[in-house]
Design a protein around this ligand. Structure first.
Ligand code: ADP
Ligand code: MG
Length: 594
């Protein structure tokens, strides 16, 4: 996908290796005839033919670039949003509805517009949802600011008003947010699954949102207060339908590679002891690694025996520990597999590190690096262990784990791209539920909260004298982009719906009214359970305002030309991408400051 905007070419270049400011009298002597320029030496700053757009022009072009980027993700917002299919030069295709994922894949080159990709990413890691929202808001703030900039308003006036508006908006959200604290676990679960369902409703798996929402809530509640997100595993098994997906309150992972003898091992245990190792259980033949000189052929047998004794001793210790399940990070060879099979012990080698860690967390086992002195405390346990067929794969499943702090969602579905997107969607939902559980306040979605803040800011603007009234109004108008886009994406008449919403909110009787995605009218989002954690909106407004202010404060971008060393190029693009504000037009143009 390519994005084009008039902003691309509006930067001028600066020679990387040339002195920063060159007063070059010699050259003047050679090239310029008249006395006048000898008296006034010419200052050479930039390479010939550089584009010198800066100031207002530069700012407008940055705004245009941001709008172009937002246009790329605009249609993905909301339950009726469309998905994007992005494929890169390697031929990988990704279908996604997630703002952060798309922004990442777009590979934006415009340094100003890159800021939008950055805020989408930060929203993703901070709250996990609302990534499209944050990009749209930032672009809309800028779009509303554009006419003012064109009319010659100084960006700093805009920035100041935007910051005030954002502070007021955040305060208002906190006021309006409804707490779910103090409810019983059952009630809480219900509330949380509403939040998860709202997140999922805009995704590919939206059709099964209730099914997945309760699964996600169960998973998050299972891991309790633990902050480690990787305690929730998501395993993807192509095939079957979405509904075949299931939650294991414990750990599940794909059966690892196994040797002969494995088939004779039992595949189901009730309350087994579990031993986790980080050592190889293989017969080590030293003839490749060491040179042994023997004078008597009979001694050879003793060397071989020693090798076998070492491994048998290890295996014996494992079995004696009482463990019925032996997992190792490293290989478990054929000899060991057969040995365990003969003693009704299950084993699996080369278990992925994160799976092993999760088994440890779930069963209470500690990973051992030696088999000497295995005490009971380092063994884990669970209620049921079994190896089960899931689709085409065999899975090792540990359920009913004592610490209960892990959960694994096994995802099923058709195409690979589908499962990948399902995984991303579940990640969003998991993050949202965790956030809601922690902050435990929710706000009505569907554009309701945005309309309410917008109204509040408009009311406030009326009480202010001076230009900032206009700017705060512009900010308030920009917030309406969320409900408007929700309507546009669903094919509703946005003007009509927005008028109804404005009227409802202005009259003060429907602060929770938002877009009704099913009928094309307006409805009480709270009553319809379209809920979002307040933190999503708070973070989105905060980040979008900051990004907009950042872009408004840049009036110049410096980029070193390609012809120079690659290092200079990288440094320049880094500077142009992030350090924009550091270059804010103080003093001479094109001077490199470090
Ligand atoms: P983001 O990446 O910003 O989370 P989404 O595509 O997930 O974008 O869309 C989120 C928006 O969709 C939110 O503003 C939310 O309020 C709205 N939304 C979600 N479900 C519904 C619904 N059932 N009815 C109306 N609006 C909804
Ligand atoms: Mg979302």
């Amino acid at each position: 996908m390519t994005l084009s905007s008039s902003g691309y070419r509006s930067y001028y270049s600066l020679q990387a290796s040339s002195p920063k400011t060159t007063l070059s009298p010699q050259r003047n002597l050679l090239s310029s005839p008249p006395m006048a320029s000898m008296l006034q030496p010419q200052i050479i700053l930039l390479k010939e033919g550089t584009d010198t757009a800066q100031g207002k022009g530069q700012l407008i072009s940055n705004i245009n670039a941001c709008t172009a980027v937002a246009d790329a993700v605009r249609t993905t917002l909301g339950p009726r949003g469309m998905d994007k299919l992005v494929h890169d030069e390697k031929g990988n295709t990704t279908i996604s509805n997630d703002g952060a994922t798309i922004m990442n894949l777009l590979d934006i080159v415009h340094p100003g517009a890159k800021i939008l990709a950055d805020i989408a990413r930060s929203q993703d890691s901070e709250v996990g949802d609302g990534t499209t929202t944050v990009v749209l808001l930032a672009a809309e703030f800028l779009k509303e600011a554009k006419p003012f900039v064109e009319d010659g308003v100084h960006p700093h006036n805009l920035i100041r008003s935007y910051r005030t508006a954002s502070t007021m908006a955040l305060k208002k959200i906190e006021e309006l947010a409804v707490s779910i604290e103090g409810k019983s676990l059952e009630e809480k679960k219900q509330l949380l699954s509403k939040c998860a369902a709202t997140t999922l409703s805009s995704k590919l798996i939206g059709g099964e949102k209730e099914f997945f929402a309760s699964m996600v809530v169960d998973a998050v509640i299972a891991i309790g207060n633990d902050d480690r997100l990787n305690l929730i595993g998501i395993k993807k098994v192509p095939g079957g339908t979405m509904r075949d997906s299931f939650l294991v309150k414990g750990v599940a992972f794909k059966k690892t590679f196994s040797y002969a003898g494995f088939e004779q091992q039992p595949k189901k245990f009730l309350s087994p002891k579990i031993l986790l190792l980080n050592i190889e259980l293989e017969l080590k033949s030293e003839k490749e690694n060491a040179e042994i000189r023997l004078s008597d052929p009979l001694q050879y047998q003793s060397i071989v025996d020693a090798e076998w004794n070492i491994i048998y001793d290890k295996l014996d210790k494992c079995v004696k520990s009482g463990a019925k399940i032996v997992l190792s990070r490293l290989a478990i060879g054929d000899l060991a597999t057969q040995y365990f099979a003969d003693r009704d012990v299950f084993c699996a080698g080369r278990v992925a590190e994160e799976d092993l860690k999760r088994v440890a967390a779930a069963t209470g086992a500690a990973v051992q690096t030696t088999v000497n002195n295995i005490i009971d405390e380092v063994l884990g346990s669970c209620e049921v262990f079994e190896e089960r067929q899931v689709g085409n794969e065999r899975f090792n499943i540990f359920s009913g784990c004592p610490s209960g702090q892990t959960a694994t969602i096994v995802l099923r579905g058709g195409a690979d791209q589908f499962i990948e997107e399902a995984e991303r969607s579940l990640h969003d939902a998991i993050m949202i539920v965790r956030r809601a559980l922690k902050n435990s306040t929710v706000v009505p979605g569907g554009g309701a909260i945005d309309m309410e803040i917008s109204k509040y800011l408009r009311q406030h603007a009326r009480t202010i004298a001076g230009k900032s009234q206009l700017f705060i109004n512009a900010y308030a108008k920009a917030l309406e982009v969320i409900p408007r886009q929700l309507c546009d994406n669903a094919g509703f008449d946005a003007t009509d719906v927005l008028n109804k919403l404005r009227q409802k909110h202005a009259s003060g009787e429907g602060p929770n009214y938002g877009v009704d995605i099913n009928t094309g009218g307006i409805a009480d989002s709270f009553a319809n359970f379209v809920w979002e954690p307040a933190v999503v909106k708070i973070n989105a407004i905060n980040a979008a305002t900051e990004a907009a202010c950042l872009i408004l404060s840049v009036d110049e971008t410096v980029k070193n030309p390609k012809s120079e060393s690659a290092q200079g190029e990288a440094a320049a693009s880094a500077m142009a991408g992030r350090g924009g504000p550091a270059m804010r037009g103080r003093g001479g143009r094109g001077m490199r400051r470090r």
